[in-house]
Design a protein around this ligand. Structure first.
Ligand code: EAX
Length: 304
């Protein structure tokens, strides 16, 4: 009888609803493609875990095979990633996707193995917008004094303090309770995250600041990856590309429908925002980024 093919269980975790979210779409496409290409040798289990830092730590020690995470906390593991979190770095989705898929984006992924992680592929969270429970925000002056939850990301924290807000870093898992209890006044996330997590239920005002593009990543565990043959690595990469494409397609769809949906749910939406004004106020932060981050990488990403 044919040798029963040994089956390998693969687990992937991400912080959003497994069904209707842009990470869920990516994880599902990854699962379906890998199971198909491996003729069932690999079976993928998708789980939700809304603490991105924890997932990255689990991948690093080998207790988790893959995670889809925003780059938010990743800069604390791979400092070179901080360059992609700089506000107003990317003009639009085409710029961000093209630059990250190009050799400059790949050169950042090449920094992961020395930190005990495998940066498999760039995925996408989306352009981040501000929500808050206190007031309509039209310009930087309206940000003053707002307690804004940020990701555990020094680049973002510096931007919000430069704008006069009070950045309060915390994991995504703590966000909704903090908004419910009023520990923070606001937060910032892409439309798909706001819609998928019903953040409109704890926030009244949405301002389409688009202040930073938030990449995501499929990060793998070296404990698994280094055991794969070249042919298997190729299968995993094809599955990763299918996941990336499905993830990005869902972001595009959510961007088109999400703002109208949030208005329908009762949010007050401010669409006209002068990004020039925000960038002018952020000038001191940009000067710091040029000093602290890899200026060459910043320039190559910005000019791509
Ligand atoms: O990755 O922590 C955040 O605000 C992230 O955008 C969210 O977990 C999706």
């Amino acid at each position: 009888a044919a040798q029963a093919q040994a089956q390998t269980e693969i687990t992937i975790q991400h912080p959003l609803p497994t069904a209707n979210s842009h990470y869920g779409a990516g994880a599902m496409a990854f699962k379906e493609t890998l199971e198909k290409l491996s003729n069932g040798k690999y079976r993928v289990t998708i789980q939700r875990n809304d603490n991105e830092r924890e997932m990255i730590e689990s991948v690093q020690i080998g207790t988790l095979d893959f995670t889809i995470t925003s780059t938010g906390p990743v800069g604390n593991f791979v400092p070179e990633v901080r360059a992609v979190d700089v506000p107003f770095l990317f003009r639009d989705y085409a710029h961000a996707r093209g630059a990250l898929d190009s050799e400059v984006g790949q050169s950042i992924l090449a920094k992961f193995p020395s930190k005990g992680l495998v940066g498999v592929i760039w995925m996408e969270n989306g352009f981040r917008h501000l929500t808050n429970s206190r007031r309509d925000v039209h310009n930087p002056a309206d940000m003053r004094g707002l307690k804004v939850r940020t990701m555990e990301n020094q680049v973002h924290m510096r931007a919000f303090s430069t704008l006069g807000a009070l950045p309060t870093p915390m994991a995504f898992s703590e966000l909704i309770p903090a908004l419910q209890q009023g520990t923070v006044d606001g937060q910032e996330n892409p439309i798909p995250v706001i819609v998928a997590n019903n953040i409109d239920q704890v926030q009244k005002y949405l301002t389409l600041t688009g202040h930073v593009y938030s990449p995501a990543l499929l990060i793998g565990s070296p404990a698994l990856w280094d055991r794969l043959s070249a042919a298997e690595k190729d299968m995993f990469m094809q599955a990763a590309k299918a996941g990336r494409d499905a993830n990005r397609a869902k972001v595009t769809a959510d961007e088109e429908s999400g703002v109208a949906e949030l208005r329908r749910r009762g949010m007050t939406v401010t669409t006209q925002v002068s990004t020039e004004e925000f960038q002018k106020v952020l000038a001191p932060a940009f000067a710091q980024y040029e000093k602290e981050l890899d200026a060459n990488t910043l320039r190559r990403l910005r000019d791509w």
